[in-house]
Design a protein around this ligand. Structure first.
Ligand SMILES: Cc1cc2nc3c(=O)[nH]c(=O)nc-3n(C[C@H](O)[C@H](O)[C@H](O)COP(=O)(O)OP(=O)(O)OC[C@H]3O[C@@H](n4cnc5c(N)ncnc54)[C@H](O)[C@@H]3O)c2cc1C
Length: 486
């Protein structure tokens, strides 16, 4: 357990000991100790007061090593931060200490056709900007324009390390599945948290052992990821009077193998009205009272898109070419995924959300049944994506008219009763969210990378039972992933 006073004193002493690093100890610490936890009324009550004692913003691996070594020597908790756009208080320190802000550790290291490697703090928009300009192919010949395979709607500010540490996927997952799909993450370089930190390269599949565990079991310095060919993406909003037509269209477009696409989002009424009220930029972009489908397709796929729009009786109410999107620096992506939640909450403060994964093949029937069952209390927002296994499916980011915690739990239970998986966004412990249970491999990895338990302490329940896990492994009751020797 960490003593707050001792941690505060040790952190102040470390900042004095390492004056060459950029330390932040003023009022900015409050903002840098937070993320978008407040999307949840439950977490808002539980986490609002959390503060680090200082933020350090290293620029090089040597600076990171100096900060980490100092924290390890003094037993100071470390919470890694990218841009702090995560949900569920992922980068909020439960026990104070140091926020290790990696946003200045942000170089694209190299790129070749299909693969790139970058420092963890690179913003995804910046990485895409560089990759879309074209990479060098073999013998220095042009290797074409590429981009990240999936980005969150927070791509503008969010970092690649943050997506890996706390995210799931996003725009592009309709082709490549979530980030965790085999073949998306090829390798990571991580640093151990010890008085003399070591760096270790993990290749896939071990490269995923540090994924989506909120920076609790390893500090990621670099990521090597597979890329997607970059196309000029046409952005469109298609409106429908009926929900069945809208979801039929969205599912048909998502599944159409010949239509090159990057994103299909269904926002059932009244969400389009909420978005139009939230920002003047969206005013008039949709038919009032309608159900809207937001799509990104390759510009050359527009005729095929129009064919499906006509088949399902929809109407295109907004259309922007890739050039118009670039010139205006505005994209409909920033109204999808959890940006839908963000904008809707501006208009109706009583709203919160849940996260769900449907059962591929039954997803449309499940969505219709749940809409019927929950009526106006749950507003349907579906993102069409491929599963890790490749089947077309959808993820839900349903908006919920919050009444109380009990009803919120009941709404999630009703989804589970319909066969829909819930990744509860109203909890901050790794195992209570998407992971669902203690993962012995995650805990064993933490024992190697963070033997003193300093990384984001309190968020990984499995850490409390590490000795049992190791005893089970020694007795052959569980088999653990093999890490390289270091
Ligand atoms: C409006 C909104 C929309 C969103 N849309 C999406 C979406 O479409 N898809 C999606 O997946 N998520 C989404 N998110 C969540 C979040 O924006 C993304 O996961 C994003 O990639 C996080 O990046 P970040 O740099 O802000 O990470 P942070 O919030 O800084 O960190 C996230 C977690 O990763 C850990 N971490 C960060 N860097 C490292 C590192 N180098 N090594 C180890 N651990 C690290 C942190 O400790 C923290 O636990 C959304 C959130 C909001 C508020």
């Amino acid at each position: 357990m960490f003593d707050r006073t001792r941690t505060q004193q040790a952190t102040a002493a470390l900042a004095t000991e390492l004056p060459g690093l950029e330390w932040i100890t003023d009022s900015r610490v409050e903002r840098l100790s937070q993320d978008f936890y407040w999307f949840s009324p439950v977490l808002k009550r539980q986490l609002a007061e959390l503060r680090a004692d200082a933020v350090v913003r290293p620029r090089t691996e040597d600076e990171i090593r100096a900060a980490v070594a100092g924290c390890a020597r003094a037993g100071i908790p470390i919470t890694v931060r990218g841009s702090g756009t995560g949900n569920y208080g992922q980068c909020m320190p439960l026990h104070g200490g140091v926020i290790l802000d990696l946003s200045a550790y942000n170089r694209l290291l190299w790129a070749k056709p299909g693969v790139a490697r970058a420092q963890a703090g690179i913003r995804m928009m910046e990485m895409d900007r560089q990759l879309q300009q074209g990479v060098a192919g073999p013998d220095g010949r042009p290797g074409g324009a590429w981009e990240l395979r999936c980005v969150p709607s927070t791509f503008r500010s969010a970092t690649l390390g943050g997506l890996y540490g706390g995210g799931f996927g996003g725009v592009g997952s309709i082709n490549y599945g979530p980030l965790a799909s085999t073949g998306n993450v090829l390798g990571v370089k991580a640093m151990t948290v010890e008085p003399e930190p070591k760096t270790v390269e993990l290749r896939a599949p071990e490269a995923l052992l540090l994924h989506h565990v909120y920076g609790t079991n390893g500090l990621v310095l670099e990521l090597e990821v597979a890329l997607a060919p970059a196309h000029p993406w046409l952005e469109a909003i298609v409106c429908f009077d009926g929900f069945d037509e809208a979801i039929g269209f969205a599912d048909a477009l998502a599944s159409a193998p010949g239509i090159v696409k990057k994103s299909v989002t269904l926002l059932a009424a009244p969400i389009p009205d909420l978005l139009m009220a939230a920002t003047p930029l969206m005013a008039g972009s949709m038919n009032p009272g309608s159900h809207a489908v937001f799509v990104l397709v390759a510009e050359f796929a527009e005729p095929a898109l129009q064919q499906l729009v006509a088949e399902f009786g929809g109407g295109v109410t907004l259309r922007k070419t890739a050039e118009e999107v670039t010139r205006s620096n505005r994209t409909i992506v920033e109204y999808t995924w959890n940006h839908t939640t963000l904008h809707a909450m501006k208009v109706d403060k009583s709203l919160t959300y849940i996260q769900s994964g449907y059962d591929a093949g039954r997803h449309v029937a499940q969505a219709k049944a749940l809409r019927e069952r929950l009526g106006d209390e749950v507003l349907v927002h579906l993102e069409f994506i491929r599963t890790k296994e490749g089947a077309m499916n959808c993820s839900g980011l349903q908006l919920v008219r919050y009444r109380d915690d009990e009803r919120l739990d009941e709404i999630m239970r009703i989804h589970r009763d319909h066969g829909v998986f819930i990744a509860n966004p109203h909890v901050y412990i790794v195992e209570d969210g998407k992971q669902g249970q203690v993962n012995p491999d995650v805990v064993a990895t933490k024992m190697r990378f963070d033997p003193a338990g300093l990384l984001n302490p309190g968020k990984l329940r499995g850490w409390e039972v590490r000795e049992q896990i190791m005893a089970d492994a020694a007795a052959g009751r569980v088999s653990l992933a093999t890490l390289p020797r270091f």
